[in-house]
Design a protein around this ligand. Sequence first.
Ligand SMILES: [Zn+2]
Length: 501
Amino acid sequence: MNTNRIYQLLLMLLIVMVYGCSDKPKGKEQVDEISYTITISDSNPKIANVEVAFVPKDSLLYMGLGANQLENRWATFVHNLKVTDQKGKLLTVDKLTDAQWKIHLQSNQKIKLSYSVHLDHENYKWSGGIDGAAYATNLGVFYTTRALLIFNGDEWQNITIDFNLPKKWQVTTPWHKKNNHVYTFQVDTFSNLANAMVFAGIHEEITIKRDDFELIFALGDEGVISKKQEFQSLAEGVLDYYIKLMGGLPKPPKDNPFNKSIVVMSSSENTDGEAIGNHISVLIGKNGGQLSETISRFIFAHEFFHLWNGKSFSPVNDETEWLKEGFTNYYTLKALRNVNYLNDESSLNFLSSFFYEKYVGDEGVGKLSMTNGEEKHDHWGLIYAGGMFVGMAQDILIRNNTENEKSLDDLMRFLYQKYGGTNANYTLKEIRDKLTELTGKNQSVFFDTYVNGSNKIPLEKYLNQIALQAKVKEKTLTITKKESATEQDQNILNGILGVGL
Ligand SMILES: [Zn+2]
């Protein structure tokens, strides 16, 4: 090889290196970067000013799902929307329906979007409750990101969120602090941006860590803060019960990971709760008495169990929604007994006065099959309570048939181990077959009658097979403990109620 040829090769190599090292990454960074700045000021905390800087992926701006009862959906609360180019020149924006806007772009350049969101959400009716929208308390403001942020495209490599807040305010978010800044966050996926919630104010936080999983509570007002100790020990107890039961931390699909969940709690007229993404918003009814208090703890523990049953493993279609919701109800009731928030009597009382009442009061019971999962919001009793009773009945059958060696917990662990961390889903048939295996008896008739079929589940019949006496009179279920029980019967009852594990 002559010297010229070597020089030629070196030159080519140099060009590749220069081109490859400096030019390409720079271009990519610019295109795949979006940063939000959210400013809330002391003078009017019920206005959030938002600025977004990015190179648009396309000409559409939009907000997240929800607020369908309003003509302009989330855009009802958006004011003064402006888009400017790099030189500060105003660009034309067309307002479309459905909380969308179209921007007129000349070239592929970085633009700045600015707008304010007025926190007037409490002046409107929300079928799912204000807990899934936005509200203010004496101590701060709560926003779901779908109510606050305007999006463009749905794939971003670099998402940054910056908060400018009044002095002494802090902010609870599901994201990671960027370079340890208190008010700057790095969001790892678009889904973690769009399905999130934040609380900013002088509220208080509880942080609970297990390995690399973090659960953060934002306590949004004085009423909730006065119960901080109780919430902390309840949450730790419930978390540990679920980890022990399942055999590990939540394991969502690898392409949609999370290791931080937030729970926002505030007081309200009525008890309500909503899960968005991996996060939970709970409102605790102020004047609802003991039942309302129990329900608010129940809502938290229910949504929390979905990090396993629903996020780590889920059914292939709506046909098995009764397991996702109903077994979650069952394990939530067990969790509240496990941590001694409930005792045997109050647990059985909650079962009959809340779940059984919802079940017999549901017009779908006796007419519809619980495999109609798409009906779950109209038929809570049939699907959430009915699914729970399927879980209880099967748990009783498994424990009675295996001398309490096996239980429904084995089905949960099986699903967690098989499907955790994957995108695969379980089927109704697989559940029936696994329950046949665990009970040691063919469960086809049970499924044909109570799951695929529309017959009312005789819960009292199953409860009477353990150390309980149950009867139904005029649609009311009463349950008492049998006066004497063998040690084995007591162990089975403990297993069903959630005492120990
Ligand atoms: Zn649920």
